[in-house]
Write a protein that binds this ligand. Structure first.
Ligand code: NAP
Length: 285
């Protein structure tokens, strides 16, 4: 009898844009693993029913994306310390019928920044623009990996304060500081001294979006990472100031690499996954 394919998926709403199936299916092929990874459109009202269906059908694991990263937590039997702290799960692995949740976004960002700028978390300072779900998951990771300082600015200051509060409580240190986006005088000095600036708002998805911070505040010769998967107007401005820049594709790749390794226990074929991701992104644009 032919060996049955292992089943994996990504759940989210909307989900048509996700390039994860191409990336993971290429990874499985390159590793000789008989598996298939699919997109499952999951509106919020169907989250519970979808999880039941995935368990019934024997899925070994799945990724979780917007808007379910927090909402899936009550369905889990177990959660990794990092995902618990961040209140965010993007990877679920099934073992003996039990669901364990992980957050691999922080690992993804750290690997991408290490690859682009050769700057590890430990001992360095990171300035996050934006305090949505992506900053929450990744800033917590940086703090746990020994970052020296974490600064978070946001239009809605309460969200930045909440993230910094989680970090400072968890690390029992005053590593993290929140500043309102409107308080430019307060954050400009911090921005100038950061080792890496991370753009983590949704501004830049469209060409006519305003910049997340005024162009004249962007320092010269900095390392600037934009979580958005394209050369945003913000990165274009940064390049004019001789900054080293990188866009979000690397983060997407390495969060997937980590998910793959959690599911299979094998080293992920990162280059095959990177090639497939690039092709999928090019076809989508
Ligand atoms: P989110 O939870 O919706 O947060 C959006 C952030 O953008 C918030 O900080 C929000 O500020 C800010 N923002 C939106 N419109 C704004 C405006 N007009 N002025 C000022 N600030 C504004 O989104 P998320 O999940 O954190 O994702 C953020 C970005 O990262 C998205 O573009 C997403 O595509 C990208 N991302 C990339 C990866 C990757 O693998 N590369 C992974 C995850 C996310 P307020 O809090 O004040 O509303």
């Amino acid at each position: 009898m032919a060996e049955e394919k292992q089943k994996y998926a990504v759940i989210g709403w909307p989900i048509e844009h996700s390039a994860s199936p191409q990336m993971h299916n290429a990874g499985f092929r390159a590793s000789g693993i008989k598996a298939v990874y699919e997109r499952i459109a999951t509106p919020p009202a169907k989250l519970s029913a979808t999880i039941d269906k995935l368990i019934d059908k024997g899925f070994r694991g799945w990724n979780v994306t917007v808007p379910h990263k927090e909402a899936v937590i009550p369905f889990l039997d177990d959660i990794s310390p990092e995902a618990e702290l961040a209140g965010s799960v993007n990877t679920i692995a099934v073992s003996n019928g039990r669901l364990r949740g992980y957050s691999t976004d922080g690992f993804g960002l750290e690997q991408a920044i290490q690859e682009a700028f050769h700057i590890p978390a430990a001992g360095h300072s990171f300035f996050f623009i934006g305090a949505g779900g992506a900053t929450k998951a990744t800033a917590v990771h940086y703090a746990r990996q020994g970052a020296d300082k974490i600064w978070v600015i946001n239009r809605t200051i309460e969200k930045a304060r909440q993230i910094c509060g989680i970090i400072n409580t968890a690390t029992k240190a005053d590593k993290a500081q929140a500043v309102a986006l409107s308080e430019q005088k307060k954050w400009q000095q911090l921005l100038n001294s950061a080792d890496v600036i991370i753009q983590a708002t949704s501004l830049g998805l469209k060409d006519d979006d305003p910049l997340p911070i005024p162009a004249e505040t962007i320092p010269e010769n900095k390392n600037i990472y934009d979580m958005i998967y394209r050369l945003t107007p913000f990165l274009q401005e940064a390049r004019k100031r001789n900054c080293q820049t990188a866009a979000g594709e690397g983060m997407l790749l390495y969060q997937g690499v980590k998910s793959f390794e959690l599911w299979t226990g094998q080293t992920a074929p990162a280059e095959a996954m990177r090639r497939a991701l690039k092709t999928a992104m090019a076809e989508r644009d």
